[in-house]
Design a protein around this ligand. Structure first.
Ligand SMILES: C[S@@+](CC[C@H](N)C(=O)[O-])C[C@H]1O[C@@H](n2cnc3c(N)ncnc32)[C@H](O)[C@@H]1O
Length: 354
């Protein structure tokens, strides 16, 4: 199957291969402006940035102008807008609470605190190549094997205990680990949702810097060293590499205000998430869809009348495309999403050479 079942179920659009932009979504009938085309709440992984954890509901992502939510799970480092949301979060995923508490405990007992990726000197270096990525993960696996042995041994040896202590003393990178954990819970608890992750478009060089790659590996080791044993089989380099490769082109930012509706600025990026079924809309610099997040649900509407056979596209530029020149748009899309835009507006605006 080339897309999640929920997309195939639509009678007004279909997902198919395109010549220039991978798979795309196409109208199978005339669609009038304002029609709600699709909604999805299937999130394979998400993270709220650490600085917002008290202000953003961990379940529904509600943010109220920076007000702190009073319902807290301090051990798990999470806040909720209501008891209802906390209840849903607790019951949602097997292991959710236990695993979150284990991760939150990292760096709180030993000498380590937390690490800021932006302060790492390797943060500004170029993306690691495919060869560098392979070598780093191969080396990581040797340590991972030892950590697994130490965790599963009924009577860990002195070197095994020392290894676990050493790993747990490394400062955790909370932003990375807090995104990896929900993905691994998806692997463990929702195999069909994880299958939807596997068919998303991949990026072969997904790490934005050597520091990013290093931190993903450190977090892998941290997870192996402290996550509940029931999760251990799912904490694999393969799953975490898949997550990075798929997230690169497919995550949606979680904004404090809806950018499609309000382009006046002031919206803060609170985190991001991987909504698998929402990842098939291609970009157009003249989009015909409007999107909005309501809690955990992304909704997509026709923003004008759409003819049968037309590509259904959102804007990846959040409304800025309206005020940008062709070359500015293409440069930004290339820089952030690494593709040469093949949309109809870019085609139409090609300047003939003198
Ligand atoms: C969220 S995915 C969209 C679905 C994707 N086409 C697929 O097959 O899974 C984003 C990726 O689609 C491709 N894409 C989206 N819009 C495009 C466009 N206007 N021109 C060229 N490629 C585009 C790029 O490869 C981009 O990284």
């Amino acid at each position: 199957m080339s897309a999640p079942a929920s997309l195939h179920a639509s009678s007004i659009f279909t997902v198919r291969e395109t010549a220039e932009s991978g798979r795309g979504v196409y109208a199978t009938q005339f669609i009038s402006k304002g029609t709600l085309l699709f909604e999805t709440a299937e999130i394979a992984a998400s993270v709220i940035y650490r600085e917002y954890w008290k202000e953003v509901c961990s379940q529904c992502f509600l943010y109220d102008r920076g007000r702190n939510w009073r319902i807290r799970d301090a051990k798990a480092g999470l806040a909720f807008c209501s008891e209802e949301c906390q209840k849903i979060w607790r019951s949602d995923e097997v292991n959710n609470e236990e695993a979150s508490i284990a991760i939150e405990g990292l760096g709180k007992t030993g000498q380590s605190n937390t690490s800021d990726p932006d302060e790492d000197p390797e943060h500004l270096l170029p993306r690691p190549t495919i060869e560098e990525i392979e070598a780093a993960w191969a080396a990581a696996e040797e340590t991972a094997t030892k950590i697994r042995a130490a965790r599963t041994s009924t009577k860990p040896s002195k070197p095994e205990r020392r290894l676990l202590t050493q790993i747990l003393a490394i400062p955790p990178i909370r932003g990375v680990i807090a995104y990896q954990l929900p993905a691994l819970l998806t692997v463990a608890n929702s195999p069909s949702l994880w299958s939807d992750v596997l068919i998303l478009e991949s990026e072969a060089m997904p790490y934005i810097s050597p520091a990013d790659l290093k931190f993903q590996i450190t977090s892998y080791h941290h997870l192996l060293a402290c996550a509940p044993l029931s999760l251990l089989d799912h904490i694999t380099a393969s799953n975490l590499r898949t997550l990075a490769a798929k997230s690169s082109h497919n995550v949606f930012n979680i904004w404090s205000q809806d950018l499609d509706e309000d382009t006046s600025g002031g919206s803060e990026c609170l985190g991001y998430g991987l909504w698998t079924a929402a990842s098939y809309w291609n970009h157009s610099c003249g989009p015909n869809l409007r999107k909005r997040r309501e809690g955990r649900t992304w909704k997509f509407w026709a923003d004008r009348d759409v003819e049968e056979g037309e590509a259904l596209c959102i804007s990846y530029l959040g409304g800025d495309e309206k005020h940008m020149t062709r070359s500015e748009r293409r440069e930004k899309l290339k820089e952030h999403w690494k593709f040469d835009c093949a949309c109809a507006r870019c085609e139409e605006e090609v300047q003939p050479h003198a």
